[in-house]
Design a protein around this ligand. Structure first.
Ligand code: BTN
Length: 239
């Protein structure tokens, strides 16, 4: 995969989008040592330290992935766990938190911001990933962690492992369909089968048991009254 490494930029998602719109061949990774206006989900900002990884993949939106856009963030989370495992992080300590986060020992170590783009007759997903390799930001909504307390990999080197994992999962999704991604994600899901509160569209979080994800990647929450609620977008509210 072609990798463009920048010293600084506002957001690698924006740089990746611009490269895609200019006709860059796919897949592509744009990463940066410094981001001055990193973006998170739901209009939040993303704080990035130079010793951490910040980068955006542009992957072709295969028809099977377009059917299940939620699988794109799942694929990214799976790739992050693979890449961290390459550098010796135990998979037992890593979990995937619905819909877009990776946890290390119950704390957020990575986040994903995926966006669908169309230009020049091509369709793609921009998959922005931030991984706290060496430093955890303070003052976060959900407690954050760094994956490595000593000897973190160089971000540019980590990028190569992550790119290989993103490519492998993208190919698996195109070949076998998003069901393969959903099954793999489910096997590493945080709090599956357990009680939790989900902040969705409504003002109050809904409480229930995290029963499963459906074939579109939506969270299925069993409410105390017995009803199964499907949550398409939101956040797990508690820790
Ligand atoms: C989240 O957890 O809310 C998603 C965070 C995504 C952060 C990454 S860092 C690289 C890419 N560029 C951005 O501006 N955001 C994503």
């Amino acid at each position: 995969m072609r990798h463009e490494r920048l010293a600084t930029c506002a957001s690698t998602n924006d740089e990746a989008r611009a490269a895609f719109e200019a006709g860059a061949p796919l897949p592509l990774l744009v990463s940066a040592a410094e981001q001055t206006a990193g973006r998170g989900r739901q209009g939040r900002s993303w704080s990035h330290a130079p010793a951490n990884f910040a980068g955006s993949f542009v992957i072709e939106a295969s028809p099977r992935l377009v059917e299940t856009p939620g699988a794109v963030a799942f694929l990214a989370g799976l790739a992050v766990t693979d890449a961290l495992a390459t550098y010796g992080i135990s998979r037992h300590d890593l979990r995937l938190k619905w819909p877009n986060d990776v946890l290390y020992r119950e704390r957020k170590v990575a986040g994903v911001l995926s966006e669908f783009v169309e230009a020049l007759g091509r369709r793609a997903f921009i998959v922005g990933i931030g991984v706290n390799l060496a430093e955890a930001p303070g003052e976060t909504r959900f407690p954050a962690a760094a994956a490595f307390s000593e000897h973190p990999p160089e971000p540019a080197r980590f990028a190569e492992s992550l790119a290989a994992a993103v490519e492998a999962w993208t190919n698996a999704a195109a070949r076998e369909g998003p069901g393969r991604i959903l099954a793999a994600w489910r096997s590493q899901a945080w709090r599956l089968g357990q009680p939790l509160a989900v902040r969705g569209q409504g003002p109050e979080p809904a409480e229930g048991i995290f029963e499963d994800i459906d074939d579109r990647g939506h969270l299925l929450l069993r409410l105390p009254c017995g009803t199964l609620r499907r949550v398409a977008a939101g956040d797990i509210a508690d820790r």
